[in-house]
Design a protein around this ligand. Structure first.
Ligand SMILES: [Zn+2]
Ligand SMILES: [Zn+2]
Ligand SMILES: [Zn+2]
Length: 260
């Protein structure tokens, strides 16, 4: 009998690892406000039956109860957004960005598209940026981290690099800000993760929401998904598309750069 397909995956730092046996179901992209805050852009996952799913390392796994019927699993060490679990279902939604290799599956559905951010349109050109002045408010799902920053977001960049894909669960979208202009109103649960490239990624240690990235050279960007309400920004380009997942296409007509 031939070996069944095994799809390995995990978080960025390796403290959470899993295996899925058999072919992967189709992926669904969710644009609800929770998935957007949590992932930093929007989240995409495949519903894997419990019988096909095996956690092989749960050292870093933490759960955030995100509603009265569901919880979200993330890595408490690196903040990767990994799993969504409905209490009543014998399946677990596993992030597309978490898989090690090709998934050989497809993203076939976008849901809660009416909750998409103002800076993009799922699989279509982004809407024109709406003029907006004043400060933006941002924060995580659980309320442990919140901050304000100068608006509008202006140019938003989507990054499909391996690191962004692991950490966000799909791919990231962020915009540059002067970090001296950030003003925290809550930061009890703020954690940061040091990346191999000398960068630092801010996330909530209690709910796993993706918040910001500080590059080695000091450049600072905020994840567009953690902004509450309108950003006044507009997605302008995709970078590191040579590292994008095999389960989705970039279909919004924006410029794509294989590297940066
Ligand atoms: Zn991790
Ligand atoms: Zn939180
Ligand atoms: Zn990236």
């Amino acid at each position: 009998m031939p070996d069944q397909d095994i799809h390995g995956g995990g978080c960025h730092c390796g403290a959470v690892r899993f295996e899925v046996t058999g072919s992967l179901p189709a992926f669904t992209a969710c644009h609800c406000s929770q998935c957007r805050t949590w992932s930093g852009h929007y989240w995409a996952a495949a519903p894997v039956p419990h019988a096909a799913f095996r956690l092989t390392c749960g050292d870093g796994l933490a759960w955030h109860r995100s509603s009265n019927h569901a919880r979200r699993g993330f890595c408490r060490d690196c903040g990767a957004s990994l799993f969504w679990q409905d209490d009543a279902e014998a399946q677990i939604a596993v992030a597309g960005g978490a898989f090690d290799g090709p998934t050989s599956s497809r993203l076939t559905r976008h849901i809660f598209t009416d909750c998409a951010g103002d800076y993009y349109t799922p699989a279509a050109p982004p809407p024109l940026a709406t003029p907006r002045s004043g400060r933006l408010t941002a924060g995580c799902l659980c309320g442990g981290v919140s901050f304000t920053l100068p608006g509008p977001a202006r140019a938003v960049t989507a990054c499909h690099c391996h690191q962004c894909r692991r950490l966000s669960g799909h791919f990231s979208a962020s915009f540059d800000v002067d970090d001296a202009q950030l003003s925290y109103t809550a930061r009890e649960t703020l954690k940061s993760y040091r990346t191999a490239g000398g960068g630092e990624r801010g996330f909530c240690g209690a709910c796993g929401a993706s918040l910001w990235f500080r590059a080695r050279d000091g450049g600072f960007s905020v994840e567009a998904g953690c902004i509450r309400g309108a950003t006044g920004g507009q997605l302008e380009e995709h970078i590191f598309t040579s590292e994008k997942g095999d389960y989705y296409e970039i279909a919004d007509g924006l410029p794509q750069h294989p590297e940066w």
